[in-house]
Ligand binder design. Structure first.
Ligand SMILES: NC(=O)C1=CN([C@@H]2O[C@H](COP(=O)(O)OP(=O)(O)OC[C@H]3O[C@@H](n4cnc5c(N)ncnc54)[C@H](OP(=O)(O)O)[C@@H]3O)[C@@H](O)[C@H]2O)C=CC1
Ligand SMILES: O=CC(=O)O
Length: 324
């Protein structure tokens, strides 16, 4: 019988199948009993891979900076020296990489995952990239006879740690069904959106809204202070009304203290806005608010804040004030 166990803390707590479950559903979903590869152990990849290991999966990892594999190896993961080696030794390989360039390099470059792919294997790219990149990677993977699923995630460091991510998947639906139990270990919900590119598009639309919201919130915090209000009270007022968002309540108090502990690196938010602007241009849609927000993230990067949390964009506004 499938093993049921409690996942997630507090309000997120729920029961899910463990990795070795052998259930099946009308959609073809079932437990996953094969070997799982994981490429890219940054802020997101490391906790996602940890959750798979803790759920009992047989996980093999690789990361460009080898030392980031060590905590996962202590949990019981295996190591292979290249993406190609991981892919050839595993049934399904996940990749969580920084941007389009690194996602292509790891999947399609020298010793890339595609070189270890073969019929019967699957590649699931959970990085945030644009549709064209995802299609390129998909083409390389499927040319080997393997299956490809794009599955970018919504949710940051804490949801990744708590196994509460939202998967925005597209591509091979039978691979989606095959890895459903793995997605359920790492996430709280999953959407199958159609052909390759639709998951990437959805993720970019979500993140362009998020990036603009953060800029608007930053402007409000600074203005409240300038007119003699307590910005902490603004955070509290917002949390009780119609524009309440977990992001404001979570980041607001530290932003007031000018502290930006990194959950979602600012450089990645700016990358997402850049890609969302290109997406909008591809269909001749004007997104002026996003364009303005993007300029502020670029200023923040030039101030040396690329690796801080994206909430550090407020410092770009402060810099503008100081230069008046
Ligand atoms: N952090 C967040 O809140 C969220 C992030 N995302 C998205 O997930 C992806 C990963 O984010 P996150 O974990 O935060 O990012 P990190 O910057 O923490 O990790 C990036 C990963 O990519 C690897 N990498 C970068 N360049 C290369 C390269 N040229 N070749 C091989 N590997 C490379 C890094 O390796 P190395 O360790 O060697 O540098 C690292 O493993 C991004 O696309 C991001 O937009 C999505 C949702 C939430
Ligand atoms: O991509 C970032 C997120 O928080 O989602």
């Amino acid at each position: 019988a499938p093993t049921l166990r409690l996942r997630g803390g507090g309000r997120g707590a729920r029961l899910v199948f463990s990795c070795s479950a052998s259930s099946s559903s009308p959609s073809g979903e079932g437990g996953f009993s094969g070997k799982v590869g994981f490429l890219g152990l940054g802020i997101m990849g490391a906790p996602m891979a940890s959750n798979l290991i803790n759920a009992g999966c047989d996980v093999t990892v690789w990361n460009r900076t080898r030392s980031k594999c060590d905590p996962l190896l202590s949990l019981g993961a295996k190591y292979e020296p290249s993406p190609a080696d991981v892919a050839s030794s595993c049934d399904v390989t996940f990749a969580m990489l920084a941007d389009p360039e690194s996602a292509v390099e790891v999947a399609c470059g020298a010793n890339g995952a595609a070189q270890g792919m073969a019929p019967g294997k699957g590649y699931v790219d959970v990085s945030t990239v644009d549709a064209a990149t995802s299609k390129l990677i998909g083409k390389h993977i499927t040319s080997t006879g393997a299956s490809f699923l794009e599955a970018p995630v919504s949710g940051s460091k804490k949801p990744a740690e708590d196994g509460l991510l939202i998967f925005l998947t597209a591509g091979d639906e039978s691979l989606y069904n095959r890895v459903a139990s793995l997605l359920d270990v790492m996430g709280k919900s999953r959407f199958f959106l159609g052909d390759v590119g639709k998951g990437a598009d959805m993720k970019l639309v979500v993140n362009m809204v998020m990036g603009s919201m953060m800029v608007s919130f930053s402007e409000g915090l600074l203005l409240s202070e300038k007119v003699g209000l307590d910005p902490n009270t603004l955070v509290e007022v917002i949390s009780q009304g119609a524009i309440s968002a977990p992001m404001f309540s979570l980041k607001g108090p530290s932003m007031v203290k000018a502290a930006y502990p990194t959950a979602f690196p600012l450089k990645h938010q700016q990358k997402d806005l850049r890609l969302a602007l290109a997406l909008a241009e591809s269909v001749s849609q004007s997104i002026p608010t996003v364009a303005a927000a993007n300029e502020l993230y670029k200023v923040a990067k030039s101030l040396g804040l690329a690796d801080q949390d994206f909430s550090a964009v407020i410092e770009a506004l402060k810099a503008k004030e100081q230069s008046k």
